[in-house]
Structure formats: structure tokens, C-alpha cells
Ligand binder design. Sequence first.
Ligand code: ZN
Length: 197
Amino acid sequence: MYPKSLQELIDSFRNLPGVGEKSAERYALNVLDWKDTEVQAFAQALLNVKEKLHYCNECGNLTENDTCDICNDPDRNHEVIFVVQSSKDVLAMEKTNEYHGVYHVLNGLISTSKGIMPEDLNIDSLIQRAKNAKEIILATNTTMDGETTAMYLNKLLHAECPEVLVTRIAHGLPTGGMLDYADEMTLTHALSDRRKM
Ligand SMILES: [Zn+2]
């Protein structure tokens, strides 16, 4: 049995995805070797992300400001909106340098098995934004929940904003594919081969 403070640190690391007991022990014991300043910086970084980061008022992406850098960028095409599950997907897409529109981050997917309903997601503001847009690209993952969400949004957008073009990224992504795991080439093709819904 470890001393209480060490066990608490191990338990904290275990909360991270993919970290088992052995890795958590290794991380926690490693922290003991750090300089005091390094430990303080680490603790402060953890507090900072909780305190400073929040969702962009416009698109739902993570930002330290009211609106994110992408929404504030006048050089981007604000009439094309790429709809994704999470901020991780925005980062993945930005790495391709091939997309110059803006984003909308749902912060989740509709999931009957997990009890996540449309009202739990950042959908109302998407409908408002779609009224001034030319194209909405539905880029949720090709998992069951991703497809369910895309179908739901397609129906809602057709009803609420009949003028807007709704497209779905191509299935260059394998079925069950996660946007943030796809390589840049796959993502670029998924975007360029998108089809009308
Ligand atoms: Zn934004």
C-alpha cells in the first residue's frame, strides 16, 4: 500500500484514457523526481485549462476568449461550416491546411445507448448560423452515433434552412472511422469528395 498522497496521484493518472495501474504508478513515481518548479508548472497547467478554457460563443470550439481565433479570422469563408464532434477534430482538419471555412463543434454525438439527446449538444446555434451560410458540411465520424447525428442534422437543416446546401464528408474514412485518427491525406480526400445529402 502506497502512502496516501502517492496513491491519490496514481488514482488521478488512472483517470486518463488508456492509462492502467502500472503506467499510473510509473507516472506518479516519476513526478517525485521532478524539480519543485516543474511540479508547480504541471499543477498550474492543469488548473489553467479548467479555469481559462471554455467553448467559443460562436462555434463551440475550445478557446480562452469569447470567440475563437478561427471565428475571428476575416480571411476564412464564414459561409461554409464544417460540423464536427469535438475540438480534436478541428485540430486534425486544421493540420491539413486544405480547409478555409469555419467550424461548428457539437461537443458530442447523439447516442441512444449513452442517453445523449439532441438537446444535450450544441445544435441550436448551428441552426442559427446555417441561416446565413451557403454550405454545411457534416463531418461527424462514420460510427453509428456519427451517422445517426448526421442524419438528424440533415433532416433538421432541410426543415429549418431549406436554402442551405448540406453535404456529408466522403467515406474515404473507413466505416467506424474517427476523424481525429485519420491521416491528413485521408481527411483531405474526405473533404474534397463530399457529397450532397
Ligand atoms: Zn469559434
